[in-house]
Ligand binder design. Structure first.
Ligand SMILES: CC(C)(COP(=O)([O-])OP(=O)([O-])OC[C@H]1O[C@@H](n2cnc3c(N)ncnc32)[C@H](O)[C@@H]1OP(=O)([O-])[O-])[C@@H](O)C(=O)NCCC(=O)NCCSC(=O)C[C@@](C)(O)CC(=O)[O-]
Length: 301
């Protein structure tokens, strides 16, 4: 066991968190959410996505969000981009990092980005080239690594490893292994992560767990035990993918920070401010945060 002494938390609440919301979230609320998260100590944040507004209307104002946020030096403002159209928009918006996304499920790839896994990688090739020329770092996400949302489709660890290696070889500085529908359990998680760690360096691997079956913290712990130090999480446990039936929220950032604080693993995040932010966005959405920690700490705020 080699737990990391510190981790990089990548906050996905403003993108993964809000992309699946039924109600419209005004730009001003997104901007306040991002600024509050940064104020709480978040240093890497996904602010939105430059994808087709017909496919994900909730993210159609990402350019406005990027224009309106007050940026803090040293903070990574990242956006999701599926192709060159998205890349051009990301660059124009001043994104300091972009994220490309593929997956280990052919069915999900078709539903989510309307192409095969191989075609998605082909689309990323010019994006990688342009980003390299522009000096913009690129992270990657590999969806459905622990299970497919579509009945009958089996995801093999070797497939996850294969896609991860291709993305790493293309120049992605981080490859985040995503349990899109939150079905993983710790031993299975470890098996998949080990398959990936056989083909790319452990240092570049990240994890992105949804908490659909309540396994996310346990899976996170399995990843930490391996020494993985790049973790995605979402304030208030917001999240879900419109093209992955059954996908619910990401592991809540408050729960992750509370656990890491207890383990003596450094995050740089002020838990009180984070919990206040969880209640801020949940209040706007008209519900309580799903995070256990946000609820437990409310009385102390
Ligand atoms: C990839 C496409 C665009 C293909 O969609 P398509 O229809 O096959 O693409 P197209 O090239 O034929 O373009 C169709 C229209 O979209 C426009 N277009 C084309 N590209 C862009 C762009 N980048 N930004 C804005 N507009 C764009 C393009 O200009 C055109 O406009 P029209 O002529 O009809 O007016 C579409 O399928 C799409 O946008 N999909 C995104 C779906 C998405 O965002 N899903 C959620 C994110 S993934 C996720 O949440 C998982 C993750 C990362 O969190 C990890 C995990 O948990 O698994």
């Amino acid at each position: 066991m080699s737990y990391p002494a510190a981790v990089r938390l990548f906050e996905v609440g403003a993108r993964d968190g809000l992309q699946n919301e039924k109600q419209e979230v005004p730009t001003a609320i997104k901007v306040e959410l991002i600024e509050r998260l940064v104020e709480a100590g978040v240093t890497a944040i996904e602010t939105g996505s430059f994808v087709s507004p017909k496919w994900v209307p909730q993210m159609a104002d990402t350019d406005k969000v990027m224009a309106e946020i007050t940026r803090k030096s040293g903070v990574v403002y990242s956006v999701l981009t599926p192709n060159m159209t998205g890349y051009e928009m990301a660059r124009a918006s001043g994104a300091t990092e972009i994220e490309v996304f593929s997956g280990a499920s052919e069915a999900f790839s078709q539903k989510n980005i309307n192409c095969t896994i191989d075609e998605s990688l082909d689309r990323f090739a010019p994006v990688m080239e342009a980003a390299k020329q522009d000096g913009i770092p690129v992270r990657a996400s590999v969806s459905c690594a622990l299970g497919s949302p579509f009945k009958g489709e089996v995801i093999l660890p070797a497939k996850v490893a294969d896609v991860s290696k291709k993305l790493y070889d293309m120049g992605c500085y981080e490859v985040s292994i995503a349990d899109t529908i939150g079905v993983g359990t710790p031993f299975k998680t470890r098996e998949v992560l080990e398959a990936v760690a056989n083909v790319i360096p452990l240092e570049v691997m990240g994890v992105h767990f949804h908490d659909t079956y309540g396994q996310a913290l346990a899976n996170l712990s399995a990843a930490l035990q391996m020494g993985i130090a790049r973790l995605d999480s979402s304030v208030a446990g917001l999240g879900g993918c419109p093209y992955a039936p059954g996908a619910t929220g990401n592991v809540a950032t408050e729960d992750v920070v509370y656990m890491l604080n207890g383990m003596g693993i450094e995050t740089g995040i002020d838990l009180n401010k984070l919990v206040e932010t969880a209640w801020f966005i949940s209040g706007f959405l008209g519900r309580k945060p799903v995070s256990r920690v946000a609820n437990a700490m409310k009385a102390k705020l």
